[in-house]
Design a binder for this molecule. Structure first.
Ligand code: AZC
Length: 807
């Protein structure tokens, strides 16, 4: 399609859909028109992708995730379709700005943070690498809450993202399945003596899929993200006549639980988990049966991935369908289940390792509980006498009245991976060490990655242009080619051009800050960014204490030779996470104090941007000079904002945690500021129990001064919160070693300050960060999953008859 044709089609579609001309239409109508042109254009490829998979008996992977966090899809679909420039220019000629239409699209925020965003980066990469892979999740009525600040406190508002409909989804009524919830189940022998389950009571939920096309990058592949929505089956209508009954039914999948690592929501959450697990596994089996292949070979057709423990019941549901419905023997079914399933762990934080009480599981999905009991019984039976008794007790799925979901996922699958080298090593040596002893071959690492297309080409067109002009365009397909940039580290023209792109991005972020927060910041200052969920282990507090220190130093000596800096935060706190919300309040109060204080001459600004989400990340990241990755070593499984910021030329200040370690290896020690305890040192402290925060506080006058500012009235309006944070550090011994790392962090910050003062050197460091970021592409990551875990191949490995291009 050329521009002329696009304009013609666009006007025609607008006339058909709304009986309107361009000049009369609202942005929303124009957005709907563009979207409908796009979906009808890729539908053909979508259908053919699906047909090709089917006709080739292609093995497919199914990524089960309770969260997906795609953000906006308009531009990334345009880019992947190869339409972006053409549409931008065509619309411009019609007097329409593409960016105005982008504003109309709500962020699709069916995820909390890293885990959900990773799932969406994977969806993009799987399609873009031409791999046969699908997403499977829940279509929540409300996405992650919207964050507002009222009196500097976080307030949560509902995210009604579906209010104006959703362009990209297709409701597939014909693919609905029913999910059995609750009731009683007992086993009854049939005429041959085989035990079959008999269900009494309970209810049926109808799961209706809404499919969204996952458009691959200019390769004619369109995969499917299938999100299940809850409806009342006609035969159950009576049960839900009353308003209360109806409401409690609808509530079941209406909200995404806004906790990123706390077990939450109890029974409703467990119902959600079983709902999307059962619907997804049933639909996989139905599809497989339609292929008329022997059930024994299902592992050659399907790979089911358990993204964190939330979908761990896939193991038991798959067993249930094979044994109860397909009459397969337990042994055969178990062998197939383990071959089909694989599991990724995303955290070592103990509170996030999901457990469910036996009672609750019996209540929500009684047959699944029975199956888990049997898996557990056989697990013990197989190992007793072979393995150490205590080891068996520690690795059982059912312990102390609880079902341990990670244990189920590991025992019931062939692969368990962590998300960065350090994290995967910690799984083997500490967190899941017992399982590593049992199944050493199942453990592997898959370092996370990011969708390069979204995080550079779309988010940072200014830098992309410089890259194209300098190293050609191949980096857009093959991110390793970013390394070609290293040939230009002495080239002032390139260094300046990259710096100019950064400056432009900083100017537009400054304008956003001005219009949204009313704070004036200078694009000449260092933009220092920490964007991620608010969590004690991520240590936004450490960043804040350093800011307070700088402020107090400047108050004492306004001539202090430091580069002007703008500290930028973006973070949501789980609504029930009291401590995290107190940190937000204190950061906001410090911001009010600092930003209004003219005596420090604008050398310091502090901005907490409201409602951090994917779209806001796309604005902030291209404008960042410094990337804060300062979690306590061993606690951050990987991190992915670290990769996005590095890619966009920010210089990282980091502990040796998660993927920071691999970022350090990629850029070299001279191009990153590393500080703080190592993971080994942290574990030493745990072992020896010899960390005493109060000693540090009493000894170190700087720490004293800064920490006292929380409680001595220096910062207004934080009597309660300041005390709470003070106590967490001094009275409760600083769980995340903030004070222990403080001095080292300040020194690292000072070195960043100095590096920035040497403009040319800074620009070189920044260039090297971009140049070495290629390895963190999620294309690389999903290819590794495909090869090592799922054993799936791209369609074009067999079949090139649709002109699919290989890359
Ligand atoms: C996150 C980890 O905290 C983060 O380090 C990692 O990069 C990311 O997963 C992707 O692997 N974990 C979560 O977001 N966890 C939940 C339950 O939301």
């Amino acid at each position: 399609m050329d521009k002329k044709e696009f304009k013609k089609k666009f006007k025609r579609r607008l006339a058909e859909k709304f009986a309107m001309e361009v000049t009369d239409a609202s942005s929303n109508e124009l957005y709907q028109t563009l979207g409908s042109l796009m979906t009808s254009a890729y539908s053909q490829d979508w259908r053919e992708t699906w047909k090709d998979y089917r006709e080739n008996n292609q093995k497919q992977s199914y990524y089960f995730s309770i969260e997906f966090l795609p953000g906006k899809m308009l531009k990334s679909n345009l880019l992947n379709m190869g339409w972006l420039e053409l549409v931008e220019e065509g619309l411009d000629e019609l007097g329409i700005q593409l960016n105005d239409l982008v504003e109309i699209e709500p962020d699709m925020a069916l995820g909390n943070g890293g885990l959900g965003r990773l799932a969406s980066c994977f969806m993009d990469s799987i399609a873009s690498c031409g791999l046969p892979g699908n997403g499977n999740g829940i279509r929540y009525e409300y996405g992650l809450f919207k964050q507002r600040f009222v009196d500097n406190y976080q307030v949560e508002l509902p995210d009604e993202w579906l209010q104006k409909g959703n362009l990209w989804e297709v409701r597939k009524e014909s693919k609905a399945v029913d999910v059995q919830i609750g009731g009683n189940v007992y086993l009854k022998p049939d005429q041959y003596g085989k035990l079959s389950p008999v269900y009494e009571g309970g209810s049926k939920l109808r799961a209706v899929p809404y499919d969204t096309g996952m458009v691959g990058y200019q390769n004619k592949i369109v995969n499917t993200m299938r999100l299940w929505s809850l409806e009342i089956p006609p035969e159950e209508e009576d049960r839900y006549r009353s308003i209360e009954a109806r409401r409690s039914f609808e509530d079941l999948t209406s909200v995404l639980y806004p906790d990123d690592s706390n077990e939450a929501g109890r029974k409703m959450r467990l119902t959600q988990e079983y709902f999307f697990v059962s619907a997804g596994v049933q639909s996989i089996l139905r599809y497989f049966k339609s292929l008329n292949q022997p059930m024994d070979e299902i592992n050659q057709y399907a790979a089911i991935h358990i993204n964190d423990t939330h979908p761990a019941m896939c193991v038991a549901e798959f067993m249930r369908l094979l044994v109860d419905e397909e009459q397969m023997s337990w042994e055969r079914a178990w062998d197939l289940t383990r071959k089909v399933m694989s599991y990724t762990n995303h955290t070592i934080m103990a509170e996030a390792l999901e457990k469910w009480s036996i009672d609750m599981m019996k209540n929500v999905c009684p047959r699944i509980y029975q199956i888990i009991e049997e898996i557990d019984r056989r697990f013990v039976e197989e190992l007793i006498g072979v393995q150490d008794f205590d080891l068996i007790q520690r690795t059982r799925i059912i312990q102390d009245g609880q079902v341990h979901m990670a244990h189920l996922a590991i025992i019931g699958s062939h692969s368990t991976n962590g998300v960065a080298k350090l994290h995967s090593d910690l799984l083997k040596s500490v967190v899941l060490h017992d399982f590593y002893l049992l199944y050493p071959d199942r453990f592997n690492n898959k370092t996370n990655g990011i969708a390069m297309r979204r995080w550079v080409q779309l988010a940072n067109p200014a830098m992309s242009k410089v890259l194209d002009a300098t190293i050609g365009k191949t980096w857009r397909k093959n991110s390793d080619d970013l390394r070609l940039l290293l040939n230009y580290e002495e080239d002032d023209q390139v260094l300046n051009a990259l710096a100019e792109a950064k400056y432009q991005n900083k100017r537009s972020l400054a304008a956003y800050i001005k219009s949204h927060c009313g704070i004036e910041v200078s694009p000449e200052a260092i933009f220092d960014v920490q964007i991620k969920r608010l969590h004690a282990y991520k240590r936004q507090l450490l960043n804040l204490l350093h800011i307070i220190k700088l402020y107090l130093d400047l108050k004492e000596n306004p001539e202090l030779p430091i580069e002007p800096r703008v500290f930028i935060f973006g973070a949501k706190a789980a609504p029930s996470y009291h401590y995290a919300k107190s940190i937000i309040k204190v950061i906001n109060e410090v911001a009010s104090l600092i930003n209004a204080d003219e005596t420090i001459k604008g050398k310091l600004k502090l901005v907490f941007l409201e409602n951090y989400n994917v779209s806001l990340a796309e604005r902030i990241i291209p404008a960042a000079d410094v990337s804060e990755q300062i979690s306590l070593a061993s606690k951050e499984a990987s991190g992915t904002s670290n990769m996005k910021l590095m890619l966009n030329g920010a210089v990282t200040i980091a502990t040796l945690d998660g993927a920071n370690v691999e970022i350090r290896d990629a850029v070299g020690d001279d191009n990153i500021a590393i500080f703080g305890l190592t993971e080994g040192e942290v574990y030493q402290y745990y072992e020896k129990r010899n960390y005493h925060a109060i000693d540090l506080y009493e000894r170190d006058t700087t720490i004293q001064k800064v920490v006292n500012a929380l409680i001595d009235g220096t910062i207004p309006n934080i009597t309660k919160e300041g005390q709470e944070i003070f106590d967490s550090l001094i009275k409760y011994n600083d769980e995340f070693f903030v004070l222990r790392d403080f001095e080292d962090y300040c020194a690292a910050q000072m070195s960043v300050n100095q590096a920035y003062q040497d403009t040319r050197r800074w620009r070189q460091i920044s260039l090297r960060n971009t140049a070495n970021a290629g390895r963190f592409s999620s294309d690389r990551t999903v290819q590794q999953y495909a090869d090592d875990i799922w054993q799936i191949e791209p369609l074009f490995a067999h079949n090139d008859n649709r002109g699919v291009t290989q890359h």
